[in-house]
Design a protein around this ligand. Structure first.
Ligand code: FES
Ligand SMILES: [Fe+2]
Length: 442
């Protein structure tokens, strides 16, 4: 449980709030690279409560700036994309990606007014099929977070994106809450498939967590609904294990599922060997969150069939499940298209797609969940730690220190979640270890 004040401090993201100022110290994904065509239409982007516009000039470079024209506020989302700049429709002011005003065609020819005005434009870095921005003070710009997938070409990456209609913290809580797997995401067909696969792996003496099952999930060779959670702090957040009894030989083995929480909103969830996955919950504003699930095949192109399986499993098929603005067709107004017949037949939730299942429960908590009313339990250990860390980070920041994860270099490229079936007496810390020992567990 949090006090009303703590809940307020944790959740609000505006530029005038403590958390809003902290979040502006990190690089944030603003949109997918694929959303911007060179010389094409600009795109409205809302981030941390600010209305921005993103565009790609004909030369391929991306600009992200305040959406309101600095002249008299017409939206630059409807501007012309000309000569690698945005030209406002109203009086033709032309604005470069870095915010310089290149032309004020309605002003006298010898006017130098343009030199005195600058549009608010943010630092942009394009990597890993995403456009990232830094919205904080220039003197505090951190190193770019170079994950193991950010230098990979688009052919190896799948970006799943959807907008959730609720506050970012309740979405983030879902990403580091291993216990809900066996309930929210349960289905009869999946259990049958997992069992068959685990049986096969057991006979062959293999670890069944080395592959994806037919639904695009890592294989789940357990049916233990009461995971034991263990958490350890790291320099960038924490890592935690959900430890469960496996389907076979539970006296000899245990299943260990390790997730890393990397401040402020990243969850590196388990991936089979050769893959990397990261979930990010980026605050659009106080009551809206952009969900990104990046999946990368680290060694080879991501073939179309696997892309289709993973997109289907998430329930994020463009045109069917989400519109062009990444809004889900299944939403609160239609009870997330829950199918009560399906609940009897197969899926525990009756809701199609894992992301829609997650968003359904998170949105159902209300736009900003009132954490003074909750009753936390043993299975909420990681959720409790995350809130404590972020609130600590806020206090540190207010006393003049850097927020968590910005005091020392973070070994982003070495952080990867992992799940393994290991002998019962093997420490869980042998799974999902950060390879860079210098920045490993604190
Ligand atoms: S409002 Fe944009 S040029 Fe006048
Ligand atoms: Fe989930």
């Amino acid at each position: 449980m949090l006090t009303a004040e703590e809940n307020h401090r944790l959740t609000r993201v505006g530029a005038d709030t403590p958390m809003g100022r902290v979040l502006r110290r990190y690089w944030l994904p603003a949109l997918s690279s694929a959303e911007l065509e060179a010389g094409g239409a600009p795109k409205a982007v809302r981030l941390l409560g600010e209305d921005l516009v993103a565009f790609r000039g004909a030369d391929g470079h991306v600009g992200v700036m305040e959406a309101a024209c600095p002249h008299r506020g017409a939206s630059l989302v409807i501007a012309r994309n000309e000569d690698c700049a945005l030209q406002c429709l109203y009086h033709g002011w032309k604005i470069a990606p870095d915010g310089r005003i290149l032309d004020m065609p309605a002003e006298p020819e010898n006017s130098r007014y343009a030199e005195r005005i600058r549009q608010i434009a943010y630092r942009v870095h394009e990597a890993g099929s995403l456009v990232w921005v830094y919205m904080g003070p220039p003197e505090y710009e951190p190193e770019f977070p170079a994950w193991d997938w950010t230098d990979k070409p688009a052919e190896q990456i799948l970006v799943l994106k959807a907008i959730a209609d609720c506050n970012w913290v309740q979405c983030l809580e879902g990403a580091i809450d291993s216990a809900h797997q066996t309930y929210l995401h349960d289905s009869r067909s999946r259990n049958e498939r997992d069992l068959a696969y685990a049986q096969w792996a057991d006979e062959k003496g293999l670890d069944p967590t080395d592959g994806f099952d037919g639904t695009g999930q890592i294989v789940r060779p357990w049916a233990d609904g009461r995971p034991r959670l263990e958490v350890e702090d790291t320099s960038y957040g924490f890592w935690y294990a959900a430890i469960r009894k496996p389907l076979f030989k539970e006296d000899q083995f245990k299943n260990v599922r390790v997730t890393h929480f990397v401040a402020p909103f990243h969850a590196a969830i388990p991936s089979p060997a050769g893959w990397s996955q990261l979930i990010m919950h980026v605050p659009v504003d106080d009551v809206t969150t952009a969900f990104y699930h990046v999946r990368c095949n680290l060694d080879a192109p991501y073939d179309d069939e696997t892309r289709a399986v993973h997109t289907e499993a998430a329930g994020l098929v463009p045109g069917r499940d989400i519109d062009g603005e990444f809004r889900r067709v299944a939403n609160k107004s239609n009870l997330w298209l829950q199918d009560r017949e399906e609940m009897k037949r197969d899926r525990f939730s009756g809701i199609r797609g894992t992301v829609t299942e997650d968003h359904a429960v998170q949105e159902s908590m209300g736009p900003i969940y009132d954490r003074t009313r909750e009753h936390l339990a043993t299975s909420d250990l990681a959720v409790i730690r995350m809130r404590r860390l972020l609130l600590q980070s806020l206090r540190r920041f207010e006393s003049g220190e850097a927020p968590i994860g910005l005091t020392a270099p973070v070994p982003y490229a070495s952080i990867r979640g992992e799940e393994r079936t290991v002998p019962v007496d093997q420490p869980w810390q042998t799974v999902g270890r950060v390879l860079d020992e210098t920045a490993g567990p604190a």
